[in-house]
Unconditional design. Structure first.
Length: 228
């Protein structure tokens, strides 16, 4: 892979910052150790080019996405999981989304090197950088100045969740799998290389979970406000 070492280091640093910000929202060492173990396992598979093999079934790309999605699903279907995300710090969950700025910068440079399609960048149909730009602003207005209430925070989370779903859909449909529908001239192969395997396997699930947990918390708070 011919990606600049500076881009690689930026991505690794962004991944570590994502873990740090996420940890600040719950401070549970057991959960963090579990994430680090999974991150290490995926990293080892990435170094060995496991995810770059495309002529197998099921497509190995699915193993970058499915485990994280399954964990999120289980967390919302179980009482223990719902209790866990109900106690997360909403301030840190909001601030966490600022990492989407460096992620979009990394994606742009990966595109420039020919590893992902333009569709996946802010020059294409990926507007996720707006979530990163607005995250610290929303954090400041909602938690420092108290100018934005639960309803405003809820709307922001839904909008940013939609932006996340948009880019994830593009990424999946651009990957070299039997369901590929986009970017046949320059498919999404960048996330099958180390360390970028951590984007779909670690960062995206954390960002998605942060939105879903925040939305769940805010809806509970609004329901409580309406009952009072």
């Amino acid at each position: 892979m011919t990606i600049s070492i500076l881009v690689i280091l930026l991505f690794i640093l962004t991944t570590l910052i994502t873990l740090l910000l996420f940890y600040q929202s719950f401070k549970n060492k057991t959960v963090m150790i579990g994430i680090i173990i999974w991150m290490t396992f995926v990293g080892i598979l990435g170094v060995s080019d496991f995810f770059r093999v495309v002529d197998v079934f099921p497509p190995r790309f699915i193993f970058l996405i499915a485990p994280g999605m399954l964990v999120i699903l289980i967390s919302f279907l179980t009482k223990k999981g719902r209790n866990f995300h109900g106690k997360l710090n909403l301030k840190w969950l909001t601030l966490l989304h600022s990492i989407r700025i460096p992620i979009e910068i990394v994606l742009f440079y990966i595109f420039m090197e020919g590893y992902i399609p333009e569709l996946m960048t802010f020059e294409g149909y990926n507007y996720d950088i707006l979530s990163g730009i607005t995250a610290p602003i929303i954090y400041y207005l909602a938690f420092k100045k108290k100018w934005i209430g639960n309803k405003g925070l809820l709307i922001w989370n839904f909008i940013c969740l939609a932006l996340l779903i948009n880019i994830v859909t593009i990424a999946v449909l651009s990957a070299q799998t039997p369901i590929q529908k986009l970017a046949f001239d320059q498919p999404n192969i960048g996330v099958t290389y180390f360390p970028f395997v951590w984007l779909p396997s670690i960062i995206v699930p954390i960002v998605l979970y942060a939105h879903l947990a925040s939305i769940s918390q805010i809806l509970r708070a609004l329901k409580k406000e309406n009952n009072n």
